[in-house]
Design a protein around this ligand. Structure first.
Ligand code: FES
Length: 172
């Protein structure tokens, strides 16, 4: 009898301890969570009418560099990607955004509208270890294991809204 009462006391004190620890941790974790102000930066509008055809503008979205690509009218690409994952999402769009971080070791690739090395058509070239990507960010050669990530995005007239689901719903 005496023993079980002591057990109960122990459980009760233990329980209070857990509640106390949670009470201390909760405000700390809450402080670390993104504030409303930083979440507000989760959506960004880029006026694609101001980007010349065939050029790429680099913007910063959620602390990451992002390419906003504006293709020339009737753009045809003659290269071959290892897979067409991004092309399937983005073909038919004259402007779109790609996360500008190489999927190999994180360098920022360069836009080469005239081509580079053995590729005589527009490509992104990562100078760090010689990775190549198609204009849609599909990996075509070198060490990059995957296409460039594609953020959620939608088109609103001449504006591309990055961070808002539209013709790309999720970050790929
Ligand atoms: S970081 Fe881009 S090829 Fe290595």
């Amino acid at each position: 009898m005496e023993t079980s009462r002591r057990d109960l006391m122990g459980l009760a004190i233990g329980g209070l301890g857990v509640v106390g620890v949670l009470g201390v941790l909760y405000p700390i974790v809450k402080t670390l969570a993104p504030s409303a102000a930083s979440l507000a930066g989760a959506m960004m509008e880029v006026d694609v009418a101001s980007i010349p055809e065939g050029q790429v503008r680099v913007v910063s979205w959620k602390g990451k560099p992002v390419f906003v690509v504006k293709l020339p009218q009737g753009f045809q690409w003659t290269g071959k990607a290892k897979e067409d994952k991004n092309a399937k999402l983005l073909q038919g769009q004259d402007a779109y955004a790609l996360i500008a971080v190489c999927t190999h070791l994180g360098c920022v690739p360069l836009w080469k509208p005239q081509g580079e090395a053995e590729f005589n058509y527009p490509v992104f070239h990562c100078p760090c270890h010689g990775g190549f990507y198609s204009p849609w960010g599909d990996n075509i050669a070198g060490p990059p294991p995957r296409p460039l990530h594609v953020p959620p995005q939608k088109r609103d007239g001449s504006k591309l809204v990055i961070g808002e689901p539209g013709f790309v719903k999720e970050l790929t």
